[in-house]
Design a protein around this ligand. Structure first.
Ligand code: HMG
Ligand code: MG
Length: 315
């Protein structure tokens, strides 16, 4: 009798879901920006290399933000050249023209601006109002597009904000449309503090469809504070979304949003998608090994249930 493979779920397809999902891995950026101790540059580079080796095709590498605002990523100039030759997309965050200059100088081909649906977070994260931040992105978009770069637009606080509470759907739709109108190639809808629930996700996506925002430019970015990230992802897939942000091992948070915990763990996502027969190209065993390795580097176990179940990391 053959031994059952406990390392993979049984595949049972469900109706109305995409055949393939692109995972936008944010562990090295969203994950490591929130670590108390700065992770050495060589360890970050090795982390990115291992993620690419596990089959992730988009790995957000770092941010070209002010080093005083996010000291954990102040080594962007040293890190990027160490991974630039990998055969994967390596988007980087750029808040302004200074950030874009730094990214262009290193040959980055994919950049992301990051807006907020709420005034409180725009102020906390970018030292600007929502509209002032949009004005700051305008020349970034214009120059990036002229250089032929791919530009992602993040929108934070799409569901709830720690200072303002629930965020009205029309307020989110307005900024989404503005970012797309400026030329963003894709939009990532951020649940920065992890308060969304599936009905809310469906309501926002439906409102965006009604506002003529094409679903194929949308990605979802769920932090997992209340354990809703996977359920929210399934709701998004049912609406036709095929780009999902996740962080290896569930690393992550945002230094400027109190109560932001880690992102949806990439392993938990891959386990669910695998069970649903949705292709991601990711080797789950290699990914789990990478996150267990990284957990040892940051000195605490991964919060991912899948990493815990499949690895032998110290708990
Ligand atoms: P500011 O203090 O208003 O900056 O910060 P400024 O424009 O007034 O410039 C002040 C000085 O900073 C100048 O230097 C600039 O050159 C310099 P000086 O002339 O005084 O010597 N400077 C820079 N230096 C290096 N790189 C730069 C840069 N820009 C200005 N790019 C700023 C405004 C946007 C710079 C600041 O607020 C900042 O860096 N914020 C970044 C915050 C951040 O990275 N947050 C985390 C990422 S967002 C997130 O995690 C959410 C997400 O995951 C989605 C979700 O979960 O919702 C994406
Ligand atoms: Mg985030």
């Amino acid at each position: 009798m053959s031994t059952p493979d406990l390392g993979l779920p049984m595949t049972v397809r469900a109706d109305g879901l995409p055949a393939r999902v692109r995972i936008h891995e944010v562990g090295p950026r969203d994950g490591l920006q929130n670590e108390k101790e700065t992770v050495p540059t060589e360890v970050k580079a090795e982390f990115i290399r291992r993620l690419a080796d596990a089959g992730l095709t988009t790995v957000e590498a770092t941010s070209f933000v002010h080093p005083k605002w996010v000291p954990q990523l102040s080594d962007a100039e040293r890190l990027y050249p160490l991974v630039a030759d990998l055969p994967v997309d390596l988007p980087v965050l750029v808040p302004n023209e200074r950030g874009l200059d730094r990214a262009l100088a290193l040959g980055a081909r994919r950049v992301a601006v990051f807006a907020s649906a709420t005034e409180s977070f725009a102020r906390a994260n970018l030292n600007r109002t929502v509209d002032e931040a949009i004005a700051m992105f305008e020349p970034v978009l214009a120059r990036a597009k002229a250089e032929g770069l791919h530009v992602r637009g993040y929108l934070s606080m799409c569901f709830g904000d720690p200072w303002e509470g629930p965020v009205p759907v029309p307020q989110v739709v307005r900024v989404c449309r503005t970012l797309l109108g400026m030329g963003c190639d894709e939009l990532s809808l951020g649940d920065t503090i992890g308060v969304a629930t599936p009905g809310h996700v469906t309501a926002l996506l439906t409102a965006l469809t009604e506002a003529e925002v094409p679903t194929d430019v949308l990605g979802v970015h769920f932090h997992d504070t209340y354990g809703q990230a996977l359920a929210n992802t399934l709701a998004a897939l049912q609406h036709g979304v095929t780009t999902v942000d996740a962080s290896a091992g569930g690393l992550g948070g945002c230094p400027y949003a109190k109560s932001a915990t880690g992102n949806l763990a990439t392993e938990d996502l891959v386990w669910m998608l695998r069970g649903l027969g949705i292709d991601t190209g990711v080797d789950l065993g290699r990914l789990v090994a990478t996150s267990a390795w990284m957990a040892a580097r940051v000195g605490r176990p991964s919060p991912s249930r899948t990493v815990r179940a499949l690895s032998h990391q110290e708990q």
